[in-house]
Design a protein around this ligand. Structure first.
Ligand SMILES: [Zn+2]
Length: 271
């Protein structure tokens, strides 16, 4: 499978890879600025990722979190470039030992490969001196970090954004934390958002604000239905429609019910 699409935005280059092309959640963009890579892409896409990173020498690899679409090729890149990737401290154990993924994820991304990493420092610099600040944004995953470039007003968002509205939620995601992380990031002065699934979002702050608004509205609606005595399965149907192939294929790891169950738990709805 070749590179599906290439991106250029000032000094940022991106390559979209993916075995399947069924929506943005089955493909992944590896971003590069000079000799710095942000995330490594999934293992079953090593060939196109290798083609992309072979264009220039790589001097540092920054990982946003341990998920296999982001960190899958980190071991191969480390070996090829003779570097030790940077990763959040909370990601390191899973990255080192490897971990099991559900069958659907194996089909879409391949299996993660164990990799030794070093802890992300509080600030990272590109070779031209541009500063990146890792920002801890748990919710989607406990270890997720975004990378903020204050001078450029850019945000590499890992899996914080992906989409303006959420309909499905992973069983291990925490919506309350996700909301807190979005509020934290929205306090930063940024404009363009680089999402490894959605792509380059030029009105990124507006898009992330819209996502937060949509989630809070869903929480309010779910909670008022619950207060009126509606049972959770019916709230799922009323607000998101019946469960579909997604829940079936992922054995409820990724479902609308997870979304509503989390929406019912959120306490701080007002900013
Ligand atoms: Zn993820």
């Amino acid at each position: 499978m070749p590179i599906r699409n290439k991106y250029n935005y000032e000094n940022v280059e991106g390559a979209r890879v993916g075995r399947l092309n069924s929506g943005i959640n089955s493909t992944f963009i590896v971003y590069r600025m000079g000799s710095t890579l942000i995330d490594a892409g999934p293992t079953n896409q090593w060939q196109p990722v290798k083609t992309f990173i072979s264009e220039k020498p790589i001097k540092q690899l920054l990982l946003t979190h341990h998920h296999e679409d982001h960190a899958g090729n980190a071991a191969k890149i480390a070996k090829m470039a003779n570097i030790v990737p940077f990763a959040p401290e909370l990601s390191q154990r899973k990255l080192k030992t490897g971990y099991k993924t559900p069958i659907m994820q194996k089909i879409i991304w391949g299996s993660p490969q164990p990799v030794e990493t070093q802890i992300l420092p509080e600030e990272v610099f590109l070779e031209d001196g541009t500063k990146l600040i890792p920002v801890h944004t748990p919710g989607h995953a406990k270890d997720l970090h975004c990378f903020y470039l204050p001078e450029k007003r850019w945000l590499f968002s890992g899996d914080l954004y992906i989409s303006k509205s959420l309909r499905y939620f992973r069983s291990d995601e925490n919506l309350e934390q996700l909301i807190h992380s979005m509020r934290k990031v929205l306090e930063l002065d940024f404009e363009v958002l680089f999402c490894p699934h959605r792509g380059i979002v030029e009105d990124g702050k507006q898009a992330l604000t819209a996502k937060l608004h949509n989630i809070l509205t869903l929480c309010e609606k779910a909670q008022s239905l619950k207060a009126a005595g509606v049972e959770t399965p019916q709230i799922v149907i009323d607000l998101l429609g019946p469960e579909d192939m997604m829940a079936l294929m992922t054995r409820n790891n990724f479902s609308k019910t997870n979304m509503i169950e989390e929406a019912l738990k959120v306490t701080k709805l007002a900013a």
